[in-house]
Write a protein that binds this ligand. Structure first.
Ligand SMILES: *Cc1c(COP(=O)(O)O)cnc(C)c1O
Length: 375
């Protein structure tokens, strides 16, 4: 334990000699560790990395090398993974609402596996990409997940047979079922119920002469954000999922998943420095060189809470952390227990590789997000 945090602190000191902050360190060995943990816990499931979590090219390259597929949501994301060397048949266009232009370019690049959740989209797909392989995304419970996705996506399971028949009648190839239990899902019931519902659809489809053979269990797999988080449910969750997959689905069904956070989150360490301090409202205010418009954007968009650490030790005081921009909204945390910091001191956060730099604004107020360094 103590070596571990010492290791990270040494790494931070070393990297700060070579690069200036803010710095997003991406630990390549952790990307690999996460990939292997996933493969070990769910050996029958092929992971398609959801690049929206972190589309940094070095990360995508690493996952190509490890043999992952990719989940993309736009033609731009698709082009990024193709240009880095991903194979067209290991890409799923997993946005249920796609523009005509994006689907045309997917079709031209032979990326023909895509999701949908409504009838209007089927007509669009049939026109833009005749003969595409389609997967119906169903609406499932997102109970207890930090980021709720069922409010915006998913067909009612009861409609899925008629939608799959519609797909067939439009000349598309109905291939399977997908769902997303919500991001940072710590409630395995969401997956287990979704699997039950999916298996009913597989069986009913078969009775209508539609033979589905892809089950896409989506993303949502949770990670630790705080050292003291001990839910660490991934392995337990995965073993429950695995048992159900084996029990409910035929041998010929191909399983895929779309992990984003689980693959990229633990690999990222954000290193910032204090650029100014003040005493206000009876508290120390520390202004960091990264904020909500930058790599802490996950506080807004990902509803994420982070554990802030310093290299400096000493008595802790209630403190506020703020970003560098002239917007008071750019306040990172109003109450952190931190040792007293001076200008130049480091504040860092672990497990921040997903939904951080990915959603940072390039240059608000002239402040750029962290430089990304693979290490
Ligand atoms: C965001 C997203 C993912 C990745 O979700 P995580 O919770 O990061 O694993 C996977 N699939 C779809 C369709 C998504 O929108």
């Amino acid at each position: 334990m103590k070596n571990k945090s010492g290791g990270i602190e040494n790494l931070i000191r070393r990297m700060l000699k070579k690069h200036s902050s803010p710095l997003m360190l991406i630990q390549e060995d952790v990307l690999e560790r996460q990939f292997r943990a996933f493969r070990k816990a769910l050996p029958e499931v092929t992971p398609y990395y959801a690049i929206k979590a972190n589309p940094y090219p070095g990360i995508i390259k690493k996952f190509i090398e490890l043999g992952a597929g990719f989940d993309v949501a736009s033609a731009n994301e698709m082009n990024v993974v193709l240009e880095l060397g991903a194979s067209h048949d290991k890409i799923i266009f997993a946005n249920t609402i796609k523009s005509h232009e994006d689907m045309r370019s997917a079709c031209k690049k032979k990326v023909k596996l895509m999701t949908f959740d409504n009838e209007s989209e089927l007509y669009k797909i049939a026109k833009a990409c005749p003969g595409a392989k389609v997967i119906i995304r169903i609406k499932v419970a997102n109970i207890g997940s930090i980021v709720e996705l069922s409010l915006k996506f998913g067909a009612d399971p009861e409609q899925s047979i008629s939608l799959l028949k519609k797909a067939r009648s439009l000349g598309l190839k109905p291939m399977g079922v997908s769902f997303h239990v919500g991001s940072q899902c710590t409630n395995s019931e969401n997956y287990l119920q979704a699997l039950e519902v999916s298996s009913v659809i597989f069986n009913e489809a078969k009775q209508s002469g539609i033979f589905l053979n892809i089950l896409d269990i989506g993303g949502g797999f949770p990670i630790k954000h705080f050292d003291a988080d001990n839910h660490l449910t991934f392995e337990r969750m995965a073993s429950q999922i695995r048992k159900k997959l084996q029990r409910l689905f035929d041998k010929n069904v191909k399983f895929i998943a779309e992990p984003g956070r689980f693959f990229a989150g633990p690999a990222g360490i954000l290193v910032t420095q204090v650029i100014g301090r003040a005493f206000r409202n009876n508290k120390n205010y520390y202004y960091l060189n990264d904020g909500l418009y930058g790599d802490f954007s996950g506080i807004v968009f990902d509803h994420c809470k982070y554990e802030f650490k310093t290299l400096k030790r000493g008595q802790r005081f209630l403190s506020t952390l703020a970003g560098p921009t002239c917007d008071s909204f750019d306040t990172i945390s109003l109450s952190e227990d931190l040792s007293e910091l001076d200008v130049g001191n480091v504040v860092y956060v672990k497990n921040i590789g997903a939904y951080s730099c990915a959603s940072a604004v390039p240059n608000f107020n002239g402040f750029k997000p962290a430089k990304i360094v693979m290490c």
